[in-house]
Ligand binder design. Sequence first.
Ligand code: ZN
Length: 371
Amino acid sequence: MKNRAILCCFLFCLCFLKAQHSHSSKQALTYPNFKDYVTLKTDLHIHTVFSDGNVWPTIRVQEAVRENLDAISLTEHLEYQPHVADIPHPDRNRSYDLALAEAKAHDILIVHGSEITRSAPMGHNNAIFISDANPLLTDKAETAFAEAKKQNAFVFWNHPAWHAQNPKGDPILSDFQKERIKKGELHGIEVINSVDYSEESLALALEQNLTIMGTSDIHGLIDWDYTEKGKDRPLTLVFAKKKNLKSLQEALFQGNTVAVYNSLLVGKPEFLIPLIQASVTVRKASYLSNTQVLEIELENTSSSDLLFENQMEYNFYNSSPVFTIEKQSIYTLMIKTMVEKEYIDLKLKALGAFTAPKQHPVIEWNISVEK
Ligand code: ZN
């Protein structure tokens, strides 16, 4: 009896501790899986007090858990350490180690990363999936990149359009990057960094076959910089075979991504189109009685407001040709088909989505009409 009481007490405490250690919140972000892919919500460019950020690594993990992210990387500047007088840490892996320990209690992947920080033309670059940050701290940028490659890192060019390095906000692909790409040392490029989107960076991504990335590059609190302003942080959605580090890394090398910042979605058509298709489900489609007005109920299950423009020959009854299906909500569309149809191909241009500069994808849903 006594043992039983102790066991009950123990289990109660365990449950209590577990409950106490949950950080899920109303800001949980969701994007659907499609085909055989698991859609991983990642932010792979983040700072803490171990470089020029203002929070402890554990807070970064908790923020990400609150938002339902699948993976993050703390990418401390190797060379720029403004808090080092207060927090001396000769081991550049320290931030990762602390995050990893915090993540043990949660279903989130921590990717080991570092930011190689130089002025233009080299600029800032994140090396992620590294095994040891310390050897990346070298005088020559070329040596740091070679070391990252030795560690089989996935390396991406950060904010190439950053006005502090390019006053026109126009990224310049220098001989340095060309050489890195040729040597297989540069694999991705940020097209979205914090609140900035660069069409020029997207053009470079497509031209050089670099993986399209979106990151927060957060230094303060996600809550203050984004949530409080009614925004979510930028993400890279990565379409992987499974939710684990190996699959995530593989998918990044393959370029299976869409960069997202709220209603802005940027990616190659083979990923962007099925993502938007899967984000909108048709709940019902039927004619208003004794009319040829077709009523279609559409549900946007994603965390992005989706902007659409009609691409069909039919006009809408209840909406302008341009409309928004807000995130996590239902929208009823009425279409004047003139004659009663058994099937309809709903065809909409996604105005917030880009497959190339100034190019929107057209998304189709094949819908059978209820009798
Ligand atoms: Zn950074």
